[in-house]
Design a binder for this molecule. Structure first.
Ligand code: F6R
Length: 328
């Protein structure tokens, strides 16, 4: 779509709905298990799959997403640890795999292979297609994680309808590409502050990270109701090159809507964009917003004449780290 899109990120965006389907209908190799809690370990474009699953499910058992070198100390043989790394080479995630093994936890891997798949020999491993930027593999990573939890008997069949709705609705989101382009031009040359209500925290964070990695732009997120206790003080002094994006949810509680209205009144005269997801269910709302945000981040890269695919700083850091291999 843009000449600067040299690795054809647009094609991957077009395939977003197809990837979701493919991953959801693949088997994870798991059968129902008994565990007391779940930890998802991963970083960046892989970890976000865990965040979205957790926020969507709001499960009736402890569920933690662990970004870093160490698992929580309460992980035990009663824990299911889902290790997600698209490349299978992320040292923080490999370190968590080692700790999960030591704790005797039940383990399952999600990724394209690499060291992680070798470390998890003898445990189920959901293999997704290789050769993508990890963040573009989000549909695979997210639905593979859903598949794992479903096959493990940890997602109730009541949510099947929400999943079907989301899968049917996603292809329509791409038709809003023109609207995404219009909104992108409002964000061009701005710093985007994204504010989210409960239920859309992970969506806001995904949008921020896509603006960082695809559009190569700084961006920040904050959350309601917490931001009403700090961020709003002095918000009127925010520099004029900030564009505020308010994510809105049809599931917003009344107290949150009152806070949103107050926030909007403080931001009068500023560039404020409100974004709403589509569909009836919570999953459709979350995934349609994620997909739409991904498209915005793509347009921003294109409008700035920047190739959305390479993430030079991340690659450089990984090279620096590899000079002193992480002891596993
Ligand atoms: C790159 C990206 C990164 C990676 C992260 C972890 O597209 O999104 O945030 O996801 O560096 O790497 P993986 O996902 O391979 O474990």
């Amino acid at each position: 779509m843009y000449e600067c899109d040299r690795s054809n990120m647009w094609k991957l965006l077009e395939d977003f709905p197809k990837m979701c389907r493919q991953a959801f209908f693949a088997s994870s190799g798991l059968s129902p298990i008994k565990v007391s809690n779940v930890v998802v370990a991963g970083m960046g474009g892989s970890a976000i799959a865990g965040d979205v699953v957790k926020e969507w499910l709001n499960p009736p058992f402890p569920f933690e997403v662990c970004r870093g070198y160490h698992l929580p100390r309460w992980v035990s043989k009663d824990t299911l640890v889902i290790l997600i790394s698209y490349s299978g080479e992320t040292e923080e995630t490999l370190s968590c795999a080692k700790e999960a093994k030591m704790a005797g936890a039940k383990m399952v891997g999600v990724g394209s292979g690499g060291t992680l798949s070798r470390m998890l020999e003898g445990h189920p491993f959901v293999r997704v297609p290789t050769g993508l930027p990890p963040r573009a593999a989000f549909p695979y990573l997210f639905f593979s994680t859903v598949r794992v939890l479903k096959d493990a008997g940890l997602i109730s069949a009541e949510l099947d309808e929400e999943i079907s709705e989301a899968l049917e609705l996603l292809p329509l989101v791409k038709e809003r590409a023109e609207r995404a382009r219009e909104l992108s031009s409002k964000m061009l040359d701005k710093i985007v502050f994204i504010y989210a209500p409960p239920g859309l925290f992970s969506v806001a964070f995904r949008f921020k990270t896509q603006l960082n990695e695809n559009s190569k732009m700084p961006a920040k997120v904050d959350y309601l109701p917490e931001l009403c206790h700090n961020e709003i003080v002095g918000i009127r002094s925010t520099p004029s090159n900030v564009c505020f994006v308010l994510l809105r949810s049809r599931w917003e509680e009344e107290r949150i809507s009152i806070r949103m209205d107050f926030l909007k009144s403080l931001l009068e005269g500023r560039e404020v964009i409100e974004l709403r997801g589509e569909g009836k269910g919570r999953l459709a709302e979350m995934l349609s917003l994620i997909y739409f945000g991904d498209i915005i981040s793509y347009h921003l890269a294109g409008m700035r004449g920047i190739d959305p695919t390479p993430v030079e700083e991340i690659a450089r850091l990984k090279k620096v780290l590899s000079a002193k291999p992480f002891p596993l």
